[in-house]
Design a protein around this ligand. Structure first.
Ligand code: CAA
Length: 246
């Protein structure tokens, strides 16, 4: 059943993004996806269409403030006002800190944290004006705990939740909720890129005994996007199989 609300998922064509787009579609949202890799996007769009999902894709580098502004305007003109923003786009550049280059640091902070400012800044005023909105920030268990080789990623992901907390109280009276979801190790390409022996050691530390499913995270995203979640704001919802319990 359609609820006419437009949801934008950044990094839509990745493993988590794809599951989120599908679930939001199934739950009646009008879903638009953001991507950066044009070659992969065409194939993704064809697959979604073949599976019966009507998802429009919009190109834009989320680490580029002006590019995001142009993308948001295009979405508003072609689809409608954005009611739900899922800040999902993100990358890893893992290295022990002493081997981490300045480029590896900046790439991750730009793509994973500055992107959250860029996207939120372009959609929030409209949400406040209309008196309804959802900002959902996809962080990580590694923003809550230490992970060898991820000083850049952990800093960005922890920063994301700091942003959530402050922004949530600034817009609490305006019908806009701001929340963080912190997934643990989910069966995505990003996690499968970790060296097998390192990954096996990590999985051994997950009490549930397995990687998470992308659809499990997507379910939580769709719940936070819903009308029923309106009293949840400033929260950090962990979904990590018990790997980090705080
Ligand atoms: N704890 C302590 N020491 C460790 C260690 C660990 N976990 N891992 C490696 N070391 C030590 C090594 O023994 C080695 O020591 P010496 O120099 O004394 O021999 C030193 O650190 C360097 O190790 P490497 O040569 O193996 O380092 P490397 O340059 O190959 O990089 C790494 C290692 C690639 C960062 C590797 O540690 C790694 O892949 N870590 C996992 C990172 C990770 O979990 N990424 C998650 C990606 S998915 C994601 O991020 C999604 C999400 O939100 C969860």
């Amino acid at each position: 059943m359609s609820n006419n609300k437009v949801a934008l998922v950044t990094g839509a064509i990745g493993g988590l993004g794809t599951a989120m787009c599908k679930k939001l579609c199934q739950d009646g949202f009008t879903v638009v996806g953001n991507y950066r890799n044009a070659a992969k996007a065409q194939e993704w769009a064809a697959t979604m269409k073949a599976e019966g999902f009507d998802i429009k894709l919009f190109e834009g580098d989320v680490s580029d403030y002006e590019a995001v502004g142009a993308m948001v305007k295009k979405i508003q003109d072609e689809v409608g006002d954005i009611a739900i923003l899922v800040n999902n786009a993100g990358i890893t550049r893992d290295k022990p800190f002493l081997k981490m280059t300045k480029e590896m640091w900046h790439e991750v902070i730009d793509s994973n944290l500055n992107s959250v400012f860029n996207c939120t800044h372009h959609v929030l005023a409209g949400m406040v004006e209309r008196g309804w909105g959802r900002i959902i920030n996809i962080s990580s268990v590694n923003g809550q705990r230490a992970q060898f080789g991820q000083a850049n990623y952990s800093a960005a992901k922890a920063g994301m939740h700091g942003f959530t907390k402050t922004l949530s109280i600034e817009v609490a009276r305006k019908g806009v909720t701001v929340n963080t979801i912190s997934p643990g190790y989910i069966g995505t390409d990003m996690v499968m890129a970790v060296r097998e022996d390192v990954r096996d050691q990590i999985i051994a530390q997950i009490p549930v005994g397995r990687l998470g499913g992308t659809e499990e995270v997507a379910f939580l995203v769709s719940f936070l996007a819903s009308e029923q979640s309106s009293f949840i704001t400033g929260a950090n919802l962990a979904i990590n199989g018990g790997q980090h319990v705080s």
